[in-house]
Design a protein around this ligand. Structure first.
Ligand code: ADP
Ligand code: XUL
Length: 520
């Protein structure tokens, strides 16, 4: 048997998914949840607590340990890892890992010691800023000024200088800790770091994820000297790559062969960002299909033949792992905001969905919420801010049912508002991510976008994207062939807009747009 393995190192978990291409089946889905399974990292949601809400870092050793734990879980469950013929994967975007020396450079990874013990000594920086960090505004302005303004940064990199992007994060680190920067030999994205662990050597960043750094020149598919110079000295020497997403970057290291029973010489194809990987996992790598991902962050994305940029500065252009580009808009207040409201109302996900579907109506009787429980990037809200407008009961926070609908309606309206620049009105949305199981949330998306909603049977589109990318690269087969087998929408879960909702959102849309304009 030849199976293809996809890994996804996301904000809250590390997942594995394997496919059998011949039979068109998913043969394995397993994950390690950082908060639940690795509580000693004190990161219930995948990041470390910090008194400053703009600072969001994670301990990279948590991701390292998760890889050992996940593979031990797979091997322990009787899954025969020698059947894996190729591997690829994905990581949460923008997060960075700082190393004093390359992985396996001083000594090859030894199967006699846990991975974490071997990686800890080569970290130059103990923590990794992740995509939720919004503490670099001053540095973003500096970078933009140095290259001639935001329009130039956007023209080169596909995005303005953005707080969570890796370049501004590197500059902040360089300014605050110049000696540690000097002692840093390599800087990785989460994706290239995880691929490097698996390969037992440092491997390059891919073009898909690399575009989320504010360092890549999209036109030439190489790092831009102008952006590098504006970011930190001698930065080029600290970055590996970029390489096309389909490039083989190594083989599975001896450590994993000896410890977990992988075959020797199993190829590893470049890991990419979780969103570019989801684009593949959703079968959406050709332009024409918009995807909404409801994970820790909510994102809206679609393939693009030619890069087009957002004049408002919120949207981004990343590499499409199948070639060409993709656009993406990211909302930090995704699942964590919904969780906060559910928690406040005392709802589980079922009662949350019931409150939306059965106990309230589209438009929510005019009740409107600004749901920025954590700093938001779209629109830019640096200090958490939750505001309610409408009935006195709702404003006082007592109308539980209306609160559940309000958070989701505000999120859907904001997604619609901020994705207008893409220039297409989607009639169909493909939805993925942890919250895509929730019919209440899906129905609101259908009603607000007036679009049909479809989900895939496979929940983890990013890990599936890894497995599909590994299969496509190893077998040189067509994407269409793989999509037909693995990315077909779930026929039992198609939601259509409620005709009674038509027009109901006009007033809320206007009110929300007014409030967002005041903020953004
Ligand atoms: P990520 O890949 O960013 O780590 P996931 O796509 O796995 O995130 O989504 C995790 C989130 O999904 C959790 O934070 C949780 O709030 C949310 N979630 C899980 N099940 C449901 C559900 N039935 N309804 C709404 N949200 C859900
Ligand atoms: C995209 C973004 C998030 C992360 C985490 O720009 O910041 O979607 O990739 O999933």
């Amino acid at each position: 048997m030849a199976y293809y393995l996809g890994l996804d190192s996301s904000t809250q978990s590390l997942s594995a998914l394997a496919i059998d291409v011949e039979h068109g089946t998913v043969v394995l889905e397993e994950s390690v949840n950082f908060g639940r399974d690795l509580p000693h990292y004190a990161s219930p949601h995948g990041f470390l607590e910090d008194p400053d809400p703009q600072i969001k870092h994670a301990n990279p050793l948590m991701w390292v340990e998760a890889l050992d734990v996940l593979l031990a879980k797979l091997a322990g469950s009787g899954f025969d890892l020698s059947q894996i013929a190729a591997v690829s994967g994905a990581g949460q975007q923008h997060g960075s890992v700082y190393l004093k020396s390359g992985i396996g450079e001083v000594a090859p990874l030894s199967p006699d010691k846990p991975l974490v013990e071997q990686i800890a000594p080569i970290l130059s920086r103990e923590t990794s800023p992740i995509w939720m960090d919004s503490s670099t505004s001053a540095v973003c302005s500096e970078i933009a000024r140095a290259v001639g303004g935001d329009a130039i940064v956007t023209q080169i990199t596909g995005s303005r200088a953005i707080e969570r992007f890796t370049g501004p994060q590197i500059r902040k680190f360089y300014l605050e800790e110049p000696e540690v920067y000097a002692a840093t030999q390599e800087i990785h994205l989460v994706s290239s770091f995880m691929a490097s662990l698996l390969a037992g050597k440092s491997v390059p960043i891919d073009l898909g994820d690399g575009a989320g750094m504010n360092l890549l020149d999209l036109a030439s598919a190489s790092f831009s000297q102008k952006m590098l110079d504006a970011t930190a000295p001698e930065l080029r020497a600290r970055l590996k790559g970029p390489v096309p997403s389909q490039e083989q970057v190594g083989v599975v290291a001896d450590y994993f062969v000896k410890k977990f029973g992988f075959r020797t010489n199993v190829p590893i194809y470049a890991f990419t960002g979780d969103n570019p990987s989801s684009l593949i996992g959703m079968g959406a790598s050709e332009p024409g299909t918009a995807v909404v991902s409801l994970g820790t962050s909510d994102t809206v994305f679609a393939a693009m033949r030619h890069p087009r940029t957002d004049p408002q500065g919120f949207g981004h252009v990343f590499g499409n792992p199948a070639g060409g580009f993709m656009c993406l808009i990211c909302f930090a207040n995704g699942s964590l905001a919904r969780e906060k409201v559910a928690e406040q109302a005392g709802y589980d996900w079922q009662s949350f969905a019931r409150a939306i579907l059965e106990e309230t109506a589209p438009g929510n009787g005019g009740n409107l919420m600004l749901p920025f429980f954590v700093p938001e990037m779209t629109p830019k809200v640096l200090k958490p801010e939750v505001r309610r407008f409408g009935s006195p009961d709702f404003v006082a926070g007592n109308d539980k049912k209306a609160l559940a609908r309000a958070v989701v309606e505000a999120q859907a309206l904001s997604m619609q508002h901020h994705s207008r620049w893409i220039g297409e009105t989607p009639t169909r949305l493909l939805v993925t991510g942890g919250a895509s199981k929730n019919r209440g949330i899906l129905q609101v998306l259908a009603d607000v976008f007036e679009a049909e909603i479809r989900t895939l049977s496979v929940g983890n589109s990013s890990a599936l994207g890894g497995a599909l990318r590994a299969a496509q690269a190893a077998l040189a087969c067509s994407w269409a062939e793989l999509y037909e087998r693995f990315a077909a929408p779930d026929p039992d879960l198609i939601l259509r807009p409620d005709p009674r909702a038509r027009g109901t959102y006009d007033a809320l849309r206007t009110a929300l747009t007014r409030e967002l304009q005041k903020l953004g």
